[in-house]
Write a protein that binds this ligand. Sequence first.
Ligand code: GLN
Length: 558
Amino acid sequence: MTKYIFVTGGVASALGKGIVSASIGRLLKSRGLRVTLLKFDPYVNVDAGTMNPYQHGEVFVTEDGAETDMDLGHYERFIDENLTRDNNVTTGKIYFSVISRERRGEYLGATVQIIPHVTNEIKEAIREVGRKAQADVVIVEVGGTVGDIEGLPFLEAIRQFRHNVGEENVMYIHVSLVPYLKTVGELKTKPTQHSVKELRSIGIQPDVIVCRTELPLQRSIKEKIALFCDVPLEAVIQAIDVETIYEVPLILEEEGLTDIIVRRLGISCGEPRLEEWRELVNRIKNPHHEVTIALVGKYMGGGDTYVSIVEALHHGGIANRTKVKILKVDSEDLERLDDSGIAARLGGCDGVLVAPGFGDRGVEGKVKAIKFCREHDVPFFGVCYGMQWAVVEFARNVCGLHGANTTEVDPHTPYPVIDLLPEQKGVTEKGGTMRLGSFPCRIEPGSLAFQAYQEEVVFERHRHRYEVNNAYLPLLTSKGLRVSGVYPEKNLAEIIELPGHTWFLGTQFHAEYRSRPNAPHPLYREFIRAALYQARRRKAVKEEAIRGREQYVMRDEP
Ligand code: GLN
């Protein structure tokens, strides 16, 4: 019998409900259970693909090419398993399916309503992921905050679900905020009380309350929450701020959360096996080295717009026992700078990653960053749009193709070195029509890419419309650009490198989506290794300069 855990959120967004859900997944898996996760997003978009990453963070792409909510990235990284398009369900997707059914006549004779038709569709989505993953436990995170109008059908569906599969198979976990009011020096429970009251008014009584807090919750605070929210004292779980998100499973385990879940759902399972995870956290917290990576992109305001890249950089750090400091650089700011300004901005970094993106804002800043790396032998990693702009920069500044561009930005460029494939040219709809999901890539032996992967064929996830234009490859390669990864079926350039440079590599795909803390992606691992080399080289140059100055001073002094 499959068990179901529903995770809801109260008081505020961005409480880390996704990380809590992912952590529960890891903890149950560590007890030998088969788990899967499902994210409900109450917005009307069919998927996250058409949204600006400022809205809900990055768009995460699954193996099967779904453009999903960024929480799926956390889920995959924590449970170390690939998820599919079924693991993210939006209001748009539910309605799309209900309306299509109605048009096909599947409800013939009936008035189609939120209850039962929409709620049935939602419940079916829950059962479906459990079935497909043959899961012992399905963890369902309901996006948004309890009290939002658009979340109501989802909450109603998870309420009914208990009725359908039996109380003993379902539990509700509410993630809430216990804010600290500095002026009075107190932690406040009232917002949590209100949010639970709201949840109960729609018929859901939480079994556990996970309290996000900056400070430890004293027993009296826990007692108050237990009393007013009607949960046992031990079911008030403290989730205190931690140094690294990968520590969250450990603090939840310590608070006894897994024991409560296992007992409440009557699951028989083994003891937790968290040694590997503990060792991982230990490595993160005790690095031997440090590097600074400039992350150059145009979505710099929000915190989560490049979350998979940021995590993959940290994973690369774990592999090299290195703390990775990330300097976020807005590519639009770079546009205004001259060469010395760029050097001042990026010269203190040990590596530069130029991020994915769309459209023309900030692209010339990306070009300047890439040129700086190429000319000064600074480790460079170009991801998707970042790789495309590395090709444009090379075409312009090395091959002399003035005005070279991607047709995404300049449809009339004389040198369209990045262009649409013929099959993309007729596409007018924007939703789900890019080159999406996993494709094979053949790696050329002797390349940086091969050094990283040690494999001839790899599979990586894509999300783009444009490609390197093969018509320019003879010129680009004759001037020193190397194509070290190719999609064999269509002969598309997937990885480019610059031989002779310490580490200059761009990928048309997004390696970051496959990186896991316990299995850092080889390209990110090697990029950080190159950055470490650059850090040592910079230090040596600095020491040399100091020694030079000392000698100079010694010689000149009377
Ligand atoms: N805008 C580019 C394209 O569509 C790159 C997309 C990306 O960086 N994900 O091809």
